[in-house]
Design a protein around this ligand. Structure first.
Ligand code: ADP
Length: 197
């Protein structure tokens, strides 16, 4: 069999934009591995690993986990792969992470292909996150500890301050594609596919 072609997609967008769900579907349909750093970090917290204990307060407060931790996690993930067909959800989130990712991808001979940016107005984002938190509570679970209005607002501020600069970073490289994130899941998914043509 021929080696599958490398493909690297980086999903950008504020918390609550629906990146995770859309990335999941894109991964399934295009045979990509979804790498969600939020999921990886939450899994460490649930399992109570040493790293999990260290980062739990940061996740609960909606603060970013230090770059060196994230970069080590991603380095490990990519090292295990044969052929790099990935979609990043929630990574990179800082300029330092983006630069380090470029170094890693260069070593692997798998440059970035697409960077869709899901755009959703601020107030809608907070509404969606708070609704997700309430729904989880109503379902009898505790949901994500960071899905409260206060922490959600802080996550938006962190996005604006730390992650927004990545928009310029990828835009300067000609990879950025703006996608309107308002509408049904179907509509948004169709726009994402179109942006990647
Ligand atoms: P959100 O819905 O807020 O985008 P994520 O599931 O992507 O949530 O991330 C949840 C939390 O995990 C973040 O608030 C942060 O504490 C931590 N985190 C996830 N990815 C990163 C990253 N690339 N760099 C630093 N911290 C991260």
């Amino acid at each position: 069999m021929t080696q599958p072609k490398n493909k690297v997609v980086i999903f950008l967008g504020p918390p609550g934009a629906g990146k995770g769900t859309q990335a999941e579907r894109l991964a399934a349909e295009q045979h990509l591995v979804k790498i969600s750093t939020g999921d990886i970090l939450r899994d460490h917290v649930v399992r109570g690993t040493e790293l999990g204990q260290q980062i739990k307060p940061m996740l609960d407060a909606g603060k970013l986990v230090p770059d060196d931790i994230l970069i080590a996690l991603i380095r490990d993930r990519l090292a295990d792969m044969e052929g790099v067909r990935v979609i990043f959800d929630g990574f990179p989130r800082t300029r330092a992470q983006a630069e380090e990712l470029d170094v890693l991808l260069e070593e692997l001979g798998a440059p970035v292909d697409h960077v869709p940016l899901l755009e959703v107005p601020d107030e809608l984002l907070i509404e969606r996150i708070v609704a997700r938190g309430r729904q989880a509570a109503a379902d009898g679970g505790t949901g994500r500890s960071d899905d409260t209005e206060e922490v959600a607002r802080h996550r938006q501020d962190v996005f604006r301050e730390q992650t927004q600069p990545l928009i310029d970073y990828y835009s300067a490289r000609g990879h950025l594609e703006h996608v309107d994130g308002v509408g049904s899941m179907e509509e948004v998914y169709a726009r994402i596919l179109k942006s990647m043509k």
